[in-house]
Write a protein that binds this ligand. Structure first.
Ligand code: ASP
Length: 355
């Protein structure tokens, strides 16, 4: 496994490195192109992974990164590259997005997704949708074919149906491993309730990636992608099933523009994964790009500051992927692992799972 250990703290500033050495790979075109993807963050360690599962994730991350990169290499848009990568992961039950999404407390699936383009700052999102095969495509449809930015619940499903998107039964998103996670989560909640605590008070605070409080695999697997195309445009997208055993129509950061997703050609593109409540409160994706825009920080500096110095002290766990208009990539996270992949025309494919 190629380990991206250094990518957590260092940007892939390879254009600079090549400029210094005077050597450039043959495939480098004049315009930078770059893509980064994530497949969720959390307590992902070699100890809770089998070699087979590791290989499955590595293959899935490689496939999604290469699919997005192929769009860029063919002159396609950052938006289409983001879509190509996210669609593959939404269809892959390994990830908590589309098929393979986590279950709600009631044993259903409620999906969130968003998209943003950096040239126009147009954005689209769906929240709590139950029958749209690709929440990401629905978010893009909202951006491109409605007057709105975010649609939710039954109305969003109806919009998607009217737009002719592929609709599926909610059971389409079922998977046995996520169902087992729900059963364990419910058991945990019952134990805590029996211990005299109120489930109502527990849900928000226990649905974390904290190994002491909540089984890490319960929430992991949100997917996202950020890209820079040859035209110099940035785009970002995120798609998720949210958190296992979520209730009361809980919505995370993934469909919140500025929290889970942000793209602005003046700064950077970001997609986030982690404990959504914290990413909403600290408007993580937009904050990173604001630091780049107004403080002149690099994406690595801004990303590391927000993920390690702002989010973590407040109790927020997770990570982000970031790309800028120079084709630099940074992927900071404050959890033991984050599924991730990156490729640019200045850097080889890199796939990483652990710190
Ligand atoms: N951020 C997602 C949410 O809170 C979950 C995740 O990324 O693992 O819904």
């Amino acid at each position: 496994m190629k380990n991206l250990a250094k990518l957590g703290s260092l940007a892939l500033s390879l254009p600079l490195l090549f400029a210094c050495s005077g050597e450039a790979p043959q495939s480098v075109s004049s315009a930078p192109i770059a893509i980064a993807i994530h497949g969720g963050a959390g307590t992902i360690t070699p100890q809770n992974m089998t070699p087979e599962r590791e290989a499955e994730f590595e293959a899935a991350l490689t496939e999604a990164t290469e699919a997005g990169y192929a769009v860029l290499a063919a002159g396609g848009s950052a938006l289409d590259a983001v879509e190509a990568a996210i669609r593959l992961m939404e269809e892959n039950p390994l990830f908590n997005a589309g098929k393979g999404a986590v279950y709600t407390y009631e044993g259903r699936h409620e999906l969130d997704a968003s998209v943003m383009r950096g040239d126009t700052l147009e954005a689209g999102a769906v929240a709590g949708v139950t029958n749209i095969r690709s929440p990401f495509i629905a978010a893009r449809e909202v951006m491109e074919h409605s007057r709105h930015v975010m649609l939710s619940g039954a109305g969003a499903d109806e919009f998607a149906r009217e737009r002719g998107l592929e609709m599926v039964s909610n059971t389409f998103f079922n998977s046995s491993h996520r169902y087992e996670q729900l059963q364990r989560a419910l058991e945990r909640l019952r134990e805590q309730a029996n211990a005299g605590e109120q489930i109502a008070q527990l849900s928000a605070s226990t649905l974390t990636a904290d190994p002491a409080g909540w089984e890490p695999a319960f929430n992991m697997g949100t997917v996202g992608a950020v890209a820079l195309d040859a035209n110099g445009d940035l785009a970002a997208g995120t798609s998720t099933g949210g958190m296992t055993a979520k209730r009361w129509g809980r919505i995370g950061d993934a469909p919140i523009i500025g929290a889970g997703t942000w793209a602005d050609n003046d700064s950077c593109a970001v997609s986030a994964t982690g404990h959504g409540e914290y990413f909403i409160r600290f408007h993580v994706a937009a904050d990173i790009c604001s630091r780049v825009k107004y403080q002149g920080l690099t994406i690595a500096e801004a990303g590391n500051t927000v993920i390690h110095d702002v989010l973590l002290p407040a109790g927020g766990t997770g990570g982000v992927i970031i790309v800028d208009r120079q084709g630099n990539i940074s992927m900071p996270f404050n959890t033991p692992g984050m599924y991730r992949g990156a490729k640019s025309n200045r850097s080889e494919l890199e796939i990483g799972i652990y710190q």
